[in-house]
Unconditional design. Structure first.
Length: 313
């Protein structure tokens, strides 16, 4: 049995990438909303970090859906999952969440960037200006529902895997919370990285705000990781075997301890604490921390997906 090929393997790496991209999109929009309403207000559209989040989120969710479609047995019949819904299917419910999430995502982006959109459209397309005015009247409702569906999408990436009774490691109630926390972390990292690449100020108030949220978020991820594996070990039997198979010796053991716990969680936490203790943040620190966080999340998705399928109950 190799790390990537074994008899019980059902879902391959494209599903891990899809789960990663869905989490990035949800997390990016979550932090875009926080940035706007906590520190930027009506000037949010001028921020490179909000702009980055509003670019990353749609691209990530569309790329994730594209990967999911290509991974289907009959990709040209993908439209059926958009039309026919099964309320007892986790996959089907996830598609509903994805569709509704995108509606509020695009509506919120349109409201946030209303001024530049109207400035560009006013002499050409008056109807867009009128539509923008009507949409802006529902900003509070759109924002609230976007937050709800962002959180739902982040948690769904874990529910999709946890609804697998034959795999004891995946059938774990902590998994949705772990994936939600890591999705929010990846969204904040993508927003930071995109923001500094768009010439956003690495020492700006947006970075200070995100880092204040990131530190407890990373600590929460570490606690959830401990809870996840402690629950498996204390359950005994196949669950205990699955936990030790995952974090023991071998390729995936190295991925967990060095890649996820080391580079993906401990290093960004240490760098965030260092930047909090210093008076000024630099491009290299912000970009480096963001890249390590993204690496840790994508490794976590692949680690859980593959090691979770190695042990059958």
């Amino acid at each position: 049995m190799s790390a990537f090929h074994f008899d019980s393997l059902v879902w391959h790496w494209p599903i891990a990438i899809y789960l990663f991209l869905a989490g990035v999109s949800a997390g990016a929009m979550f932090f875009a909303v926080l940035l706007k309403h906590a520190c930027l207000k009506d000037q949010a559209y001028r921020s490179g970090f909000v702009q980055a989040a509003c670019i990353v989120a749609p691209i990530a969710v569309l790329a994730g859906l594209g990967i999911l479609v290509l991974d289907l047995t009959k990709p040209f019949e993908f439209w059926k999952i958009l039309v026919f819904y099964n309320p007892t299917s986790v996959m089907s419910l996830g598609v509903v969440v994805l569709m509704i999430y995108q509606v509020f995502m695009y509506a919120w982006i349109a409201i946030t960037f209303r001024k530049p959109i109207e400035d560009w459209c006013r002499p050409r397309f008056a109807f867009i200006t009128k539509l923008s005015e009507k949409l802006a009247a529902y900003e509070a409702s759109v924002t609230g529902l976007l937050i709800i569906f962002s959180v739902a999408l982040g948690a769904y990436t874990g529910f999709l895997l946890s609804a697998q009774p034959r795999f004891p490691m995946l059938n774990n109630p902590v998994l949705p919370l772990l994936f939600l926390a890591s999705g929010l972390s990846s969204g904040s990292a993508a927003s930071l990285l995109g923001g500094v690449l768009l010439n956003g100020n690495p020492n700006g108030k947006e970075v200070h705000f995100i880092h204040r949220v990131e530190i407890p978020l990373i600590l929460g991820e570490i606690v959830l990781m401990f809870t996840f594996f402690a629950g498996l070990i204390l359950s005994g039997g196949q669950s205990k075997m699955a936990a030790f198979t995952a974090i023991g010796e071998g390729f995936w053991g190295w991925v967990f301890w060095f890649g996820i716990m080391g580079l993906g969680l401990s290093a960004p936490l240490a760098m965030n604490l260092f930047m909090t203790a210093t008076s000024k943040r630099k491009f290299s620190y912000v970009a480096g921390t963001a890249c390590l966080s993204l690496l840790g999340v994508i490794l976590l998705r692949n680690f859980i997906l593959y090691t979770g399928q190695m042990t059958i109950s």
